[in-house]
Design a protein around this ligand. Structure first.
Ligand code: PAF
Length: 277
C-alpha cells in the first residue's frame, strides 16, 4: 500500500505530482471533512489510478462579515480520514503560500455568478474560481470532484473549465444526506440542538416541491411558494426555481430546472437544492 504524502508548498506539491505520473483525481475541500467529501474521494478512487485532496480554507471566498475565523478546522482528523480513505496526496497550504505578497489576480466568471449565492455573497464566486484555477494548475488533475449540494459552484466551475479550456474533467456527485434528509455540510456543526432538529424541513420542503413537479406541476412560482410554505419559521435569503444551466429564474419549467434555497437558522446559513427533471 502507498503511504499518503502531505504537502504544504506549491513546489513540494508539483514534485510529488510529477513523481506520481498518470491520471490523478482531485477532491478540493476546505477541510472539516464529512461523508460527503469521502464519497467524492471514493468516486475519484474508482475513476483514477491515484487521488489527491486539498485542504484549504480559502480566505478570498469569504466576505469580511462571513465565518472565515470560526470556520471549523481539524487538520489531524482530516488527514486520518483521508489516509483511511486511500488518498495518495494531500495539499494543505497556508494562506501565504497561495496568496503571497504581491498576489494580484482574480478569475471572474460572468453570467452565472450574479444570482442566487452570488447575489447574496458578492465576490464569493470570484474567490472560488480563482482558488480552483490555482489548485488545478498546481495539482494538475485529469478529473476533479465536487458535490451537487453546492449546485451553483458546480455550474461556475464547469464554466471556468469550458471558458478557459482547462484540461480537467469536472465530475459532480450527488449530495450526501443525514438519515433525516439534512444535506451534510461542515456548517451543520454550528447548529444548536434545537436548530438541528428544525433543519430537515429544508429537504422536506424541496422534496415536496419536487413531488409536485413529478406529478405534473410546471408553474415555477407555484413551486417556489410550496417551498416557502414548508419553511415558515426560517429566514430565507432566496427560494429559486431556475434553469439548471443558466440559473435564470423561470416562469414555466420546460427543461431541467434547479430548485434551490438558502435559509438562515440563527447565525447559520444553510443551502440545499434538488434537480427537477
Ligand atoms: O466547496 C468547497 O469546499 C470550496 O468552495 C472549494 C471548492 C474547495 C474552493 O475553496
Amino acid at each position: 500500500m502507498r503511504s499518503m504524502k502531505v504537502l504544504t508548498t506549491v513546489a513540494e506539491m508539483r514534485a510529488a505530482r510529477a513523481e506520481l505520473g498518470g491520471d490523478l483525481g482531485l477532491v478540493p475541500t476546505m477541510g472539516y471533512l464529512h461523508e460527503g467529501h469521502l464519497s467524492l474521494v471514493a468516486r475519484s478512487r474508482a475513476d483514477n489510478p491515484a487521488t489527491a485532496a486539498t485542504i484549504f480554507v480559502n480566505p478570498t471566498q469569504f466576505a469580511p462579515n462571513e465565518d472565515l475565523a470560526r470556520y471549523p478546522r481539524d487538520l489531524p482528523r482530516d488527514l486520518g480520514l483521508l489516509e483511511a480513505a486511500g488518498v495518495d496526496l494531500v495539499f494543505a497550504p497556508q494562506p501565504a503560500e497561495m496568496y503571497p505578497p504581491g498576489f494580484d489576480a482574480t478569475v471572474t466568471i460572468g453570467g452565472v455568478t450574479d444570482v442566487l449565492e452570488g447575489a447574496v455573497r458578492p465576490g464569493h464566486f470570484a474567490g472560488v474560481a480563482t482558488v480552483v484555477a490555482k489548485l488545478f494548475n498546481i495539482v494538475q488533475p485529469a478529473r476533479a470532484y465536487f458535490g451537487q449540494k453546492d449546485a451553483q459552484q458546480s455550474v461556475v466551475i464547469r464554466k471556468l473549465v469550458r471558458d478557459l479550456n482547462l484540461p480537467v474533467q469536472v465530475v459532480v456527485a450527488p449530495t450526501v444526506r443525514e438519515p433525516d434528509g439534512l444535506a451534510l455540510s461542515s456548517r451543520n456543526n454550528y447548529l444548536t440542538a434545537e436548530q438541528r432538529a428544525a433543519a430537515p424541513a429544508i429537504h422536506r420542503a424541496l422534496s415536496a416541491a419536487k413531488a409536485r413537479f413529478d406529478a405534473g406541476e410546471r408553474d415555477a412560482e407555484t413551486l417556489r411558494q410550496a417551498i416557502r410554505d414548508g419553511l415558515a419559521g426560517f429566514t430565507l435569503d432566496y427560494v429559486s426555481i431556475a434553469d439548471a444551466d443558466t440559473l435564470r429564474e423561470l416562469d414555466r419549467i420546460e427543461a431541467p430546472a434547479l430548485a434551490s434555497l438558502a435559509a438562515r437558522l440563527g447565525t447559520t446559513r444553510l443551502i440545499d437544492n434538488l434537480l427537477l427533471g
